[in-house]
Design a binder for this molecule. Structure first.
Ligand code: GDP
Length: 440
């Protein structure tokens, strides 16, 4: 995420970080580089200029030049300004009302339907919410099908009416259906067009007026940079929406949209989409994003993602198995699947401070576990639960069956063995012993 921008900011600030004494000249030089980095990331020219001016004023105001660690103070000022630029505090969505109605708007292809599903799933997992999805695209039958597929994946009902060509009427019928059937959140997915046009704007505006949603969200593809900002402005002029959803931040996004949108429409970014899977949704925290942009990682989000996937019942079962020496390859596979649910690997590793920079040019296959899964899937149930019986001829068969090699099977067996030992030690309270093992 934003690796190019991170890289350039790191280089710009590097000069200051390394200097014992800092002069006004190299502060000015640094800020010039910072501005260039922002412009390269497709940040609006005016915003980039204001940004560096503010940072300069703060640096002078706080007497950066006379402090003990001027470089660090400069980084802090830049971080605080990046945070402010993206909105300051995180803002949630308004879920008052019964049902609370959430209207989704945005261009076709921005990720509206996908995000509607993600949001429904996110709210459903909060246990107190029972969401209903409503399909209001009357032009593309495929869009209705897509929402049904998404609803099926996450176990959320989808309300649609293929014979009705009036989106306002469908939205109203959807809300009535929710009221009658005990749904407390209604998420309305609407039709988008490839570009802003009057017909689409009139339609979304009519739906908006008729249903008066608690929350109107504007979904935009972060990859589209300044176009995203212009589209946001057009939608905001008509809808006066409540928040922005930035999608596709998992891709090679330059960052311009994330950094400019708040200043232009004065509306917070509320969520981000970081992948095609239903779990790839994150609350947008400006300060955590600033940390990530400055290569400081985002451990808090990483821990939160792990917690979301944590299943107490499963953990208890696993713990018993480890204690009884019954941890097998099936359990190993389950663990891998849980990690995969947390998001794509490069994204996860990028949340570890410093790792993002190190891994910038490393090509991390999102299917990093593909071979491991294939090997385990080629094992018989007996082999999975009792790996000790896997002898040379079995290894050969497993290697062939999984399209890998005996060496790869051996490597996995060794890793599995180490992991089992490590888990056993952790359980026995032998943390110290484990640390020693890891240090070796
Ligand atoms: P809509 O026309 O606005 O409803 O857009 P869709 O929800 O159909 O999304 C368009 C495409 O973008 C689909 O192929 C989605 O899988 C993909 N997509 C949506 N959100 C994300 C995201 O956060 N990351 C990535 N990589 N792809 C996404």
């Amino acid at each position: 995420m934003f690796s190019n921008l991170s890289d350039k900011l790191d280089k710009a600030l590097h000069v200051l970080k390394g200097h014992g004494s800092i002069t006004e000249v190299n502060v000015a030089e640094t800020l010039k580089e910072v501005r260039r980095a922002l412009l390269d990331a497709d940040v609006n020219f005016k915003i980039a200029k204001e940004f560096t001016t503010t940072v300069k004023e703060k640096a002078l105001g706080q007497n950066v030049l006379t402090t003990l660690q001027p470089g660090q103070l400069m980084v802090k000022i830049v971080k605080d300004e990046l945070t402010a630029l993206m909105g300051g505090d995180a803002e949630g969505i308004n879920l008052s009302g019964n049902p609370s109605v959430i209207l989704m708007s945005g261009l076709q292809g921005s990720g509206k339907t996908t995000f509607s599903g993600k949001l429904a799933n996110y709210l459903k997992n909060k246990k107190t919410k029972k969401p209903l999805l409503v399909a209001c695209d009357v032009y593309r039958p495929a869009a209705i099908d897509q929402l049904h597929v998404v609803g099926g994946q996450i176990g959320v009902e989808v309300f649609s009416d293929r014979d009705n060509k009036n989106p306002v009427a469908i939205a109203q019928a959807g809300i009535a259906h929710a009221k009658a059937n005990g749904y407390n959140v209604v998420i309305i997915d609407t039709a988008g067009r490839l570009a802003v046009d009057e017909v689409m704007m009139n339609e979304i505006s009519n739906i908006h007026k008729a249903i008066q949603p608690q929350e109107t969200l504007f979904v935009v593809d972060a990859m589209t940079g300044q176009d995203a900002v212009n589209t946001a402005k057009a939608f905001n002029d008509v809808l006066n929406f409540d928040g922005v959803i930035l999608t596709k931040l998992d891709g090679d996004t330059r960052g311009g949209a994330a950094l400019s949108i708040k200043s232009v429409v004065n509306k917070p970014i509320k969520f981000i989409g970081t992948g095609e899977k239903m779990e790839a949704i994150d609350v947008f925290y400006p300060s955590r994003m600033a940390d990530r942009i400055l290569g400081m990682g985002d451990v808090v989000s990483l821990v939160e993602r792990a917690q979301e996937q944590y299943d107490e019942e499963e953990a208890r079962k696993l713990s018993k198995k480890i204690a009884k020496n019954q941890f097998g390859f099936d359990d190993f596979l389950k663990q891998i699947q849980q990690i995969k649910k947390m998001g794509n690997m490069k994204d996860l590793l990028g949340m570890i401070p410093g790792a993002g920079k190190m891994l910038k040019d490393v090509d991390i296959d999102d299917d990093a576990f593909k071979h491991v899964e294939a090997i385990i899937q080629s094992m018989t149930p007996k082999e999975r639960s009792n790996p000790a019986i896997i002898n040379a001829s079995r290894k050969k068969r497993i290697g062939e069956g999984s399209g890998t090699s005996v060496q790869e099977v051996n490597r996995l067996m060794k890793q599995f063995d180490q992991m089992s030992k490590m888990m056993k030690m952790m359980q026995g309270g032998k943390g110290k012993q484990m640390m020693q093992m890891m240090n070796n």
